[in-house]
Write a protein that binds this ligand. Structure first.
Ligand code: OMP
Length: 283
């Protein structure tokens, strides 16, 4: 198996060619109903295939939310496996949104699930939670490096509840979030054109100038659309780091289905708004 080019380089190229938008694949039961589909594995498969076929050859990143597949058990995971393979074949980078985080020895198994090319769920990158300690993520960091994959570590999440943990002040006076950003900057030191170790930083959070977002890695910015943020908010939230932002939308695009053209139009509209806001290419 050929080793992939580092994820950061692959992502930068995809952002340059396709624009930086990430579309999330979140098959909520309510969306399946809105699309006239049953809340069962056949409905899940139809929904997922529609999104992949509509968008995988146009957007830089597709981000399946694993929870919506796991709720159907092994047959849901089989749908997810197919989606990952098809999306990658059509040229999208797949960011598995699994938000895994555990003690190091267990983390190694999560890493093998998403970052080992031999795994049926092998993805370009995965979201991880550092709240058992950043060091516990080491097996995932190492395997990502080995296989040309990326990690997106939660730093400042889009939901207000996250603040009690992420903005907590440590004994040395730094916040937990700033500490995570510091770890990521260290992982990405010297990487060109972009490091492979991203942070998740919500687009909903307002001015973040108190945080050093210059981690030389991508900043996944969920919260656009259904959670209320808009592409126009990005420069004020991210400042100079906006060039490395991967804005992420799930329901804001998915609610336009099941017509594939309508999905693509919705994604293109978000991409266009992003391009106007941050001066990067559209779809
Ligand atoms: O890691 C994520 O993607 C994520 C981090 C975060 O801080 N907030 C957040 O909403 N997300 C995910 O992004 C998606 C947001 O979906 P929409 O609100 O429908 O656009 C969901 O799959 C969330 O799990």
């Amino acid at each position: 198996m050929t080793t992939l080019e580092p994820f950061g380089a692959r992502l930068r190229r995809a952002m340059d060619e396709r624009g930086p938008l990430c579309v999330g694949i979140d098959p909520h039961a309510s969306l399946l109903a809105d699309w006239g589909l049953n809340d069962d594995v056949a409905g899940l498969a139809r929904f997922t295939r529609t999104v992949v076929e509509a968008l995988a050859d146009r957007v830089a990143v597709l981000k399946p939310q694993s929870a919506f597949f796991e709720r159907f058990g092994s047959r849901g995971l089989a749908v997810l496996e197919t989606a990952v393979v098809e999306a990658r074949e059509r040229g999208a980078l797949v960011l598995m949104d699994a938000k895994r985080g555990d003690i190091g020895s267990t983390m190694a198994a999560y890493a093998a699930t998403y970052l080992d090319p031999a795994s049926p769920l092998f993805s370009d990158a995965v979201t991880v939670s550092p709240f058992l300690g950043y060091g516990a993520l080491r097996p995932a960091v190492d395997l990502a490096r080995e296989n040309g994959c990326g990690l997106f570590t939660l730093a400042l999440t889009s939901n207000t509840e996250g603040q009690e943990v992420q903005r907590a002040v440590r004994a040395d006076g730094s916040t937990v979030a700033a500490t995570m950003l510091g770890h990521l900057a260290a992982e990405n030191a010297g990487a060109e054109p972009l490091g492979s170790f991203g942070a998740v930083v919500g687009a909903t959070l307002g001015d973040l100038s108190a945080f050093d977002l210059a981690i030389n890695g991508p900043l996944l910015a969920p919260g656009i659309g259904a959670q209320g943020a808009t592409p126009a908010d990005l420069p004020a939230v991210f400042g100079d780091a906006v060039r490395n932002v991967v804005p992420s939308v799930s329901r804001g695009v998915l609610r336009h289905g099941p017509d594939p053209e309508a999905l693509l139009t919705a994604a293109a509209r978000f991409a266009d708004e992003v391009r106007k806001a941050v001066d990067q290419p559209g779809l």
